[in-house]
Design a protein. Structure first.
Length: 362
């Protein structure tokens, strides 16, 4: 079977915010989407046959988590390992993602995605984006709209069709010449405010060019402004370390090496934040042994959007591991006692070709 079956596809549209990712990649025929789909199908061929149906279902339910599991499988498969999916453990009813085997070497792998937002925040963001998608269906031939403020007062969904009609009526009253005059004279940008019991919206207006006016499929809301927030310097490293800790003891006592793979889906500093998590916090370089069940941490920042132009990874060995890796059999670049040994990057292992800007087009 294939992850994405062969069929006629004639959808060339951009993805809507919150659109189901599997359906989008399964049905869209943009060139860049086709290349990603073909790559994932190629990787899927190498996945154990008896586990393919389960993985395909995981893609439908949680696309990006399943994508990372397939990515990790392919990364080790291309280094000559055979991977068993969800192997049984002696001391736990829980099962890690993989047991990797090569010659006489065996080790467990756990692949997990680390998100910066909680599930509740993710649901809230999806609700917001779906609301914006509905607003973007309005007829607005003359103006680009900046979304200065969007505030939901209740959990109840606003009557978006009524609101969209009200915005269209107000926009029809505005002369583009007045907006142009404001821009030329550096006057305050024209704002529209809409408020009811459920929602508050503040929009700013910008004139469209004549060329833009001809594009009837363009979305009027082109800008979304967010308040600036300042994070603590160690906030990202806390997130990384917390995710690692939760997996390090998850399976109890193990009898083989164990690699914890963390894919970070937020912006972070590969040097500072990862150093702070594993070195400055004395996680891997402490005098007293820590996390002895874990042999290494593999940190990545991979997605369907950057798969042909991957950022660097970090594979950090834990000197306190009860079961160290036979690192000479791996092709990765890695770090041991804060000293880096340069070998291959992931794109070399996967034989990717460095094409930028792939993935969902928003």
């Amino acid at each position: 079977m294939k992850l994405f079956e062969d069929k006629l596809r004639d959808n060339y549209k951009r993805a809507s915010s919150g659109e189901d990712a599997y359906s989008y990649y399964d049905n869209n025929q943009q060139d860049k989407i086709v290349e990603v789909r073909e790559l994932l199908n190629k990787w899927f061929e190498n996945y154990p046959e008896e586990n393919k149906l389960e993985l395909q279902q995981s893609f439908k339910n949680s696309f990006y988590n399943a994508f990372y599991e397939l990515f990790i499988h392919e990364t080790f498969y291309c280094q000559g390992y055979t991977l068993q999916v969800h192997p049984l453990l002696e001391n736990s009813s829980k099962r890690p993602d993989f047991l990797a085997k090569k010659d006489k070497e065996e080790f467990y792998i756990e692949a997990t995605t680390v998100s910066y937002i909680t599930d509740a925040e993710s649901k809230s963001e999806n609700f917001k984006q779906k609301f914006i998608d509905e607003l973007n269906k309005m007829n607005c031939p003359n103006f680009w709209l900046g979304l200065e403020k969007l505030e939901f007062k209740k959990r109840k969904s606003p009557k978006v069709k009524t609101l969209r009609k009200e915005i269209e009526q107000e926009l029809n009253k505005i002369n583009p010449i007045d907006i142009e005059t404001r821009q030329k004279n550096n006057l305050a940008i024209h704002e529209l405010k809409f408020e009811d019991d459920n929602v508050l919206i503040v929009l700013t207006l910008f004139n469209k060019s004549e060329a833009a006016k001809k594009n009837v499929n363009s979305r009027p809301i082109g800008l979304q402004f967010s308040p600036v927030t300042i994070k603590n310097a160690d906030e990202d490293s806390d997130k990384i370390l917390k995710a690692f800790k939760s997996k390090a003891g998850w399976y109890g006592e193990l009898n083989k090496p164990f690699i914890i793979c963390l894919n970070l889906d937020f912006n972070f500093n590969l040097k500072h934040d990862v150093d702070w998590a594993f070195y400055n916090r004395k996680s891997f370089n402490s005098v007293k042994p820590k996390f002895s069940k874990a042999s290494a941490a593999f940190v990545s920042h991979v997605s369907v959007g950057n798969i042909f132009n991957l950022p660097k990874h970090r594979l950090i060995l834990n000197k306190h591991s009860a079961y160290p890796l036979e690192i000479e059999k791996l092709e990765f670049s890695y770090e041991d006692n804060e000293i880096e040994s340069k070998r291959k990057e992931i794109d070399e292992i996967l034989k990717l070709n460095g094409k930028p800007n792939f993935g969902i087009t928003l």
